[in-house]
Design a protein around this ligand. Structure first.
Ligand code: FAD
Ligand code: NAD
Length: 395
């Protein structure tokens, strides 16, 4: 008899942790495990704002999957998922079709554009190693072009649409990067403008205490960020952005950080979704398909207060561990354990040596917060790759 086949889609935080835990827990007589990912590397999505701005190398945000996965225990397939067929228990990849007994979907998120004209076509997005390479290269290219056409100050104008955590972390890095570019290209820094346009009356997430929001915005204003609050981006064109007020900001670089939704493949597969995300049951399964587990940004988990937890790497990692545990339990005819999320808090980086947030209910800011953020990042490396990976990436 063939062994049960567990297929994991996506080697992001949720999918990778599921695979790593399964490879530790299962013996080779219990199941065949296949991990599918578009690339042969895992990228640290939570780190992407740095290579996007050019304050860190993109290879620091990547880890080869072969370093993390034992191919004697987990079969890795580098391929793109084109379609999920939950009724047939099949997954269509670009080069083959896989059948499964249990499926774990961890395909991450996509930009939410709210149908705003031009955002899809003309704005950059921080979403993968390839997309951030393009942003970093484009920013530098704009400096080079400005030197040839010095009347084009729009080459030195950067608009970031959305001041949630992604927008905030990115502008902090961009502000740190620009002095180097100004020096390299001999550009007067007073000609450079960074606009962070936000629909809400404040930057940073709504739940953050107001003194921490003020602190974060003060730090970023001092670094040169111009906030346009209570202002929605209404349209994006090849020349810039149109604001709700009708004002036009001429800018050769627009980066959209206005929010995310779950991977489109779930909606297309017929799963019931809200913002592309499936409201999973207490074991993180699709309510209509108990053989399909969904983790990370593709899933929606209610907090005890009844509101969904915001999608995060922190949540995806915990979900991956729970799904692996429950898959092992199913294979061994043992009871399942409901998912419980012990939310630790949020820390937003504001560029080099600066961060702000709440950890275990305590407010943190400045250098201390920046150190805590580094510890959180390091902890993840320990979870997926042990001390060897930690030493390789940290030193
Ligand atoms: P991801 O980690 O995005 O992984 C999805 C995987 O699926 C990728 O490997 C991708 O290549 C693969 N994939 C996608 N489509 C296909 C396909 N069709 N076929 C094959 N493979 C595919 N959260 C925090 O908790 N803390 C933070 O500090 C933090 N900082 C962030 C900073 C930035 C700049 C951003 C953008 C996000 C940040 N987040 C943070 C949010 C966090 O990164 C996400 O919630 C997290 O990555 C979700 O994990 P995931 O496993 O669902 O998907
Ligand atoms: P988000 O939805 O949290 O923020 C998007 C922001 O864009 C909102 O403030 C929204 O008001 C604004 N916006 C939307 N439409 C707009 C428009 N037309 N014009 C102007 N502003 C507009 O999205 P995000 O920042 O990409 O974060 C996505 C998820 O990833 C969140 O759950 C977040 O918690 C998580 N994340 C966490 C961290 C961290 O923990 N440090 C960092 C980044 C992201």
């Amino acid at each position: 008899n063939p062994l049960p086949h567990v297929v994991i889609l996506g080697a992001g935080y949720g999918g990778l942790v599921t695979a790593i835990r399964l490879q530790k827990m299962l013996n080779d007589q219990e199941a065949d495990v296949t991990l599918v990912n578009k690339h042969d590397y895992h990228y640290l999505t939570a780190h992407l704002h740095k290579p996007a701005a050019g304050t860190d190398r993109d290879d620091n945000a990547c880890i080869s999957i072969s370093e993390l996965i034992d191919d004697a225990k987990v079969h890795f397939v580098k391929s793109t998922v084109l379609e999920i067929q939950p009724e047939q228990k099949k997954v269509v990849l670009e080069d083959r079709v896989l059948s499964y007994d249990y499926l774990v979907i961890g395909l991450g998120s996509e930009p939410e554009t709210f149908g705003i004209p031009g955002v899809r076509e003309y704005a950059f997005k921080i979403r993968s190693i390839n997309s951030v390479r393009l942003i970093r290269t484009h920013i530098e290219y704009m400096f080079a072009k400005y030197k040839l056409e010095p009347h084009r100050t729009d080459y030195l104008t950067f608009v970031i649409g959305g001041s949630g955590l992604t927008g905030t972390e990115f502008v902090g890095e961009l502000a740190d990067r620009l002095p180097d570019l100004c020096k390299k290209y001999r550009v007067d820094s007073s000609l450079v403008n960074i606009y962070n346009v936000e629909m809400a009356p404040q930057a940073l997430p709504m739940g953050l205490p107001s003194d921490l929001v003020d602190y974060g915005m003060d730090v970023l204003r001092r670094k040169g960020i111009t906030y346009q609050l209570s202002t929605a981006i209404k349209e994006c064109t090849p020349e810039g952005v149109v604001l709700g007020s009708g004002e036009f900001i001429k800018a050769a670089t627009v980066i959209w950080t206005g929010g995310v939704r779950g991977n489109h493949l779930l909606e297309e597969a017929g799963f019931e979704t809200v913002k592309g995300r499936v409201k999973v049951d207490e074991y993180l399964r699709d309510p209509r398909h108990p053989d399909v587990f969904i983790v990370g940004d593709c899933s929606m988990v209610q907090s005890p207060e009844g509101t969904p937890y915001p999608p995060s790497a922190q949540l995806a990692v915990r979900q991956g561990a729970n799904v692996a545990r429950n898959l092992a339990a199913i294979l061994r005819n043992q009871p399942l354990k409901p998912f419980q999320f012990d939310y630790k808090g949020t820390v937003a980086s504001l560029g080099k040596h600066e961060a702000v947030g709440v950890v275990n209910g305590k407010k943190v800011k400045g250098r201390v917060a920046a150190w805590i953020k580094r510890i959180i990042d390091a902890r993840y490396l320990l979870i997926i790759g042990g001390v060897r990976l930690f030493l390789k990436k940290i030193t």
